[in-house]
Structure formats: C-alpha cells, structure tokens
Design a protein around this ligand. Sequence first.
Ligand code: GLY
Ligand code: MN
Ligand code: MN
Length: 536
Amino acid sequence: MVYPAQQHVINTFTRLIHLLPPTEKAKPHAILLAGEDTSYRHDTDRELSFRQESNFFYLSGCSVPSSHLLCVYEASTGLSQNPSISLFLHEATISDLMWSPAPPTKEDAKSLFEATSVEYTDKLMDTIQTVAKIPDILFHTLPRGSPKFPVLLEEYTGAILNTDAAISDAYLLTALGRARLTKDAHEIELIERANQISSRAHEVVMRVLGAAVKGKIQREAAAAKGERPLLPGEWLIEKEAEAEAIFVASCRREGSVHQAYLPIVAAASRASTLHYCCNDRDFAWGPVGAHDHKNHNALASSDKDLNPQVLLIDAGCEWDCYASDITRTMPVGNSGKFTPEARAIYELVLEMQKLSMEALRPGIHWDAIQLLCHRTLVRGFQKLGIFLTSESPGSGSWNSEEAILASGVSAAFFPHGVGHSLGMDVHDVPHASKPTNNDTIGNELGHSSFYQYLRLRLPLEEGMVVTVEPGCYFSPHLLASVRDSRHINHEVLKKYESVGGVRIEDVVLITANGHRNLTTVRSDVAWVEGVCSGEL
Ligand code: GLY
Ligand code: MN
Ligand code: MN
C-alpha cells in the first residue's frame, strides 16, 4: 500500500488555510520543503544513520536523502482535485552508486510515492520560478534558519524573494502539527507494527531471563573458559547492556532499522532516572540471604547471586518512520519474582494505568488523566502506609486525600506526565500538543507541579495515539525535597526506597468509544513473574 501522502498534503493545506488571516485564505498557496541529507560524523566521511525528517515524510512518504517537495494549492479548484505534489530526487552519480545502494530513479519513484510529478533536483529551480509567477501566491516553509529542520538553500528562497510572490514560515509548522496529531488507518497500521515488534522484543528479554533462572541457558564449557565467544542462545542477561543488546537484536531481525529513541535499560536504583540511557552497569550482585533470593542457575559456578532488583526497560523500535514506546519493569534475582515491596509498587502503577485506560475516550482532557494518576497514587500510598491518612495517630484533616493532592507531594514519586502523543516521533508534534491562548486548558486541580512535565495538554480526539505511562520512583534527588513532609511516614518509606522505580507504558489509539491498546506484550504480575521465572 502506498503511503497516503496526498491526503496528508490536503490535511495540511486545510489546517494551514484555517490558521491564516482572512485576507490570505483565498490566495494560492505553496509548500516548499527540503528533506534530510545524509550526514557524516564530524570531520569524517563516515555516514550517520539516515532518518527522513518527519514532516517531509508525512507529506511525501519518501525516505530518499536530499529530496525536495513542492506542493501547490489553488483555492478556486478545490482541495479534492488539488493540490499538486512535485517531488524532486537527487540523481545518483557514478561515485554515489559506487559507495551506496542506488536510490530510486524518477521512473521508479512514480509508483513508489503519491506524487503528481517526480523530477531530479536540477529541475527544482525552474519549477519554483514557474510557481512563483502564479498571481498572489504565498509560499510556506518550516522555520528557516532553525537547526531543527533540514536546510532549505538560500538559492531557492532567494529565487522566491526576487519575484512578487510572498514567503512565510509562520504557519506551516503549526498546520503540520495539527494535521499529524490524529492518525489515519495507514499510520495506525505502521504504529501497530512497530508496537508488535517491540512487544515481542520485550518478551524475548523476559524469556531469556526466565530461561536462565531455570538453568536452560548453559554456557558451553569452552566458551566459559574464553576459548571461543558465546553463541546466540548462550548469552545470559547479567547486565543492562546485555538486555539492551537482546532487545535491539530482536527488533533488528524483524526488519526494524532504527530504535525510535535510545533504549532506557535501568536496573535497581537506576530505574529512578527517567531517561537513563547509558545502560552500562552490571546488575547488583552479592551474597544474599539464605532464603529464596536467588537466580539459581544464572551463574552455575559462581558463589555470587543476583540481588533481588527490578529491571526497567523503556524501549521501542521504529517501523517506516513510525514509533513505538513501551516500558516494562521486570523482576531480576529472587528466582524471577518481585519482592513484596516491588510487587506492591508494581501493582499500584498497574492500577494507575488501568484506571487511566478506563477513562480514555474522545473529549476527556489529558490533564484529568494526569490528576487521576496522582489520586490513585495518593490512595495507594495511604493504603501502603507511605502516606498518612487523616485517621493516622496524631494526624488530622491535613492528611486527607484532597489535602495531600493539593500539597503536590506525590510529584516527588510520579514526577513526569502520564503520556504524550506518539506518531512519527516518540514525543510527537510538541508544538501542537499544548493549548494556544484561545483553547481551554484542563482543570489543573491538585497541584501545578503535576502538569509541569505533561507533554500533552489537550482534550483527546478520536484517532490520536498516546502513551499511557504512569510510574512510581524513589529518586534520592526528588526525595530530598520531601524528607520533612508531614504527609509521609518516613519509616515506611524507607522500606520501599530500594525498589528504585517502576514504570509501565503502553501505546493506545483513541477510538470513537474509548481506546484500543496497540501494545501486545502483557504486563500483569502473574504473566511477568511467570515468564521471568521461567515457569511460563
Ligand atoms: N521513552 C520516553 C518516554 O517514555 O516518554
Ligand atoms: Mn517510553
Ligand atoms: Mn513515552
């Protein structure tokens, strides 16, 4: 199926015209975009991994480096017969072909992309000059001179400025953001594919952990002595890097070229660092108690055992420029079972996610989901005794659920937002995810700190794709600010601090009546422990 670039161009012109002042709306409009070039590592000739700029891909479906796009809409002919989409490709030279695979020819490209015409870049200047002659035409570009977007050469913008045509970079980015905020069936399919591949990769990591607990991964004797390297299937996961390697390998072998973001693979207390992505530490080891805190067969000849700890993996691959973003938190050590404290926190985060999911539907404001998560966390902490209640000895109404919510203390444990829009980028369309002055903001109940890092602040609409990713963390940096809080039983809190952090993150589509979860890897305690202990 060809990527629906034409519909995306129509969506973008529709949004663009909506944003323009009345005097400009009826004019002819053009969109001129540069695609991403191949880039190189600093002062070398080594290519960096190529990824098309998201807006360029949205309007073209084209991932060929150094392409350009010129779309023209003339109001009088209506949007359904319009606009024209002209794609300009770099024509490969012999030396390009010597070093790199051949890009599509312009003839190939006509069947690969939904473009009205495909030419090589040498025709771009003439075409710009012809389009610039359309009376009253207004060219739109992404912010020029911004390092966030591919460079549109001055020779092209200068050619427009030399004519009577006007050029503006004030509207296109907002129009693209608004258009990209809701997804069509083709985009949903790509996001679903990325989620399925990433879901399997999370499960693969858990199954390798479980196989090790059951002694099913035996290092071949010669390999263990260092006489030959370990073969796939002989690896244990004993450090963050090994978990990352297995996750990425699983995605790569299913054809995904990129991760959608640097994987976050954090064991033990590192799970409290939200964007930990160095992934370079061993799991915590040590002689442990005489009871069952062992990953029995993980290292058959060692006198050390894995400490009971969590392993938080926040990772998702990209499929054809569409992202996934999944977090699972799993038990390591303790025979692949959570400790009682880790299980209690895990179940609380799962409850925050479950109640959030149940509330999802078009019209509900994302702020309300954020508040719901804080309310659920406060209730859960009161049940666990980490927060006091108004009935606690020596307590009073200042420890009611509402009072604790109003104090903002829960933000020390759940400091980030419950989720964000996801699409071509993992934190998708940031400039379209917050209200402009004229839109209504959410209710902002609770405490203003709940909303500080909330990346989406809009009512939900059918077709949006969002992550639902509550978490609960015991970060020494954040706890420092609540060490003297009168809402906290500090003795009880101490018992939980070694859990580090738990986050559970799924990607969901907002449907007409609710939501559909696009993430397929399970997160219920019975399944996660069953797989990580090798029992399932
Ligand atoms: N992986 C980054 C996030 O969950 O937002
Ligand atoms: Mn994530
Ligand atoms: Mn996320």
